[in-house]
Design a protein around this ligand. Structure first.
Ligand SMILES: Cc1cc2nc3c(=O)[nH]c(=O)nc-3n(C[C@H](O)[C@H](O)[C@H](O)COP(=O)(O)OP(=O)(O)OC[C@H]3O[C@@H](n4cnc5c(N)ncnc54)[C@H](O)[C@@H]3O)c2cc1C
Length: 380
């Protein structure tokens, strides 16, 4: 579908990412999926592409500018490898670099940001707790001021990249109950009182590690407070917008995989004496998939344009996320039906997409929470 916002720079950037995914990722995607990890060199190669540099100053190896169309292109093109656990494996960085750049002290940024942006070190965002992820305002982990330190106690779970990351952005309660008592902290993996365990096997995102983090009297210097005390909730919500935008784009990329694989198979496969693509039932499935892809793409482009204009269209992002994940669910299911038994074989592109559907619908704000937030943002 033609993108009215395309520019030569955006087209060239997308082409570079596409070629990278085609040659450096796709051929190994199934192998890495089965191994449950990606080689660390991939983090560095993706860093060299500039994919972690949006909104980050050139001083830290960033791009020195932001562009939501380019951000979306990275997520969409990486999703073409089917196994979305591969981009998720460096996704912890994607959701923690923004708060680090915006809120961390200059000393912390000077010490860590260049390594993170280059892919040499990993970073993760730790908000979700064992008691729940949807209701961020009720998080229980505490950070109590003690002289020149804060002492953090509590735990976080489902943290992407959590086993391999060196650095963490952690949400903790510094004040009253509710959203007005939450702050963000920078925590390093070697800080005494910090430990982590691997969550283990998951339905999808196989190549990405997911951890539970523990904070037992974990003392961090007071300058590790990121931004103003008790104003962390707003920052967390702002950051979610970029994560959700990336997840819409990832869903779009996977939908396109489903469509392309379906067309390819339906052309090749003969049933009842003719190629399946001649069957009206199959053609209708393809029409429905294509319409959902076009709608998602047009909506995503509109959101990117608004975000680039300096607006943060929260209601549209929420509506975009849940409608994209529902559309992905549809496309993955229809593609599996079109491929039949072949689609059900482990490692097949459609099989890999199928197992990524639910994490898109739950992570970064579930479909239910997205609907709720959308109507609240609409003043209802
Ligand atoms: C693979 C993976 C990676 C993740 N990575 C990270 C990460 O890096 N950092 C991080 O902080 N978090 C991460 N998460 C956590 C994710 O953001 C949460 O799973 C998500 O926000 C939902 O929280 P929950 O799982 O605790 O579900 P809950 O909040 O317990 O909710 C359970 C279910 O009930 C629904 N629900 C809740 N309340 C209502 C209601 N009032 N009405 C109707 N339905 C409701 C929710 O939509 C959800 O489907 C990750 C999760 C996964 C699965």
């Amino acid at each position: 579908m033609k993108n009215p916002f395309e520019t030569p720079e955006r087209a060239a950037f997308r082409e570079t990412v596409r070629r990278f995914v085609e040659t450096e990722v796709k051929p190994y995607a199934d192998e890495w999926d089965e191994a449950g990890e990606i080689p660390w060199e991939l983090h560095e190669k993706v860093g060299a592409l500039g994919a972690f540099g949006f909104g980050v100053s050139e001083k830290y190896g960033g791009l020195g500018f932001d562009d939501c169309f380019m951000r979306a292109a990275v997520s969409e093109e990486f999703a073409q490898c089917g196994a979305n656990g591969i981009p998720a494996a460096f996704g912890g960085r994607g959701i923690s670099i923004g708060p680090l750049e915006k809120l961390a002290s200059d000393d912390i940024k000077d010490a860590v940001l260049a390594d993170i942006v280059a892919g040499r070190k990993g970073s993760s965002l730790a908000i979700t707790e064992p008691s729940g992820g949807s209701d961020v305002a009720r998080l229980k982990t505490t950070a109590k001021r003690d002289g020149n330190h804060y002492v953090i106690n509590g735990s976080k779970t489902f943290i992407t990249g959590g086993m391999k990351s060196d650095y963490f952005v952690v949400g903790a309660r510094t004040g009253e109950e509710g959203l007005a008592g939450i702050s963000l902290f920078f925590v390093e993996k070697d800080t005494p009182g910090f430990s982590r365990t691997d969550i283990g096997r998951k339905m999808g995102w196989w190549a990405s590690d997911t951890a539970t983090l523990y904070f037992d009297d974990c003392r961090v210097p007071a300058e590790n407070l990121m931004g103003d005390e008790n104003l962390g909730f707003i920052q967390i919500m702002h950051n979610f917008n970029y994560e959700r935008l990336a997840m819409i784009a990832g869903a779009l990329g996977m939908m396109k995989v489903c469509f392309d694989e379906s067309v390819c198979w339906a052309r090749e496969r003969e049933t009842f004496g003719r190629p399946m693509i001649k069957s009206q039932v199959i053609r209708h499935k393809l029409a429905d998939m294509s319409a959902k892809i076009d709608r998602t793409e047009a909506y995503l482009n509109h959101i990117c344009w608004q975000a680039n204009e300096g607006e943060m269209p929260v209601a549209e992002i929420c509506k975009g996320k849940f409608s994209a994940t529902k559309a992905l669910e549809f496309c993955a299911s229809e593609a599996m039906q079109i491929l039949g038994g072949a689609g059900y074989l482990r490692g097949n592109l459609v099989e890999r997409v199928y197992r990524e559907v639910k994490v898109q619908a739950i992570g970064g704000g579930s479909e239910e929470i997205m609907r709720d937030l959308a109507v609240r943002q609409m003043g209802l």
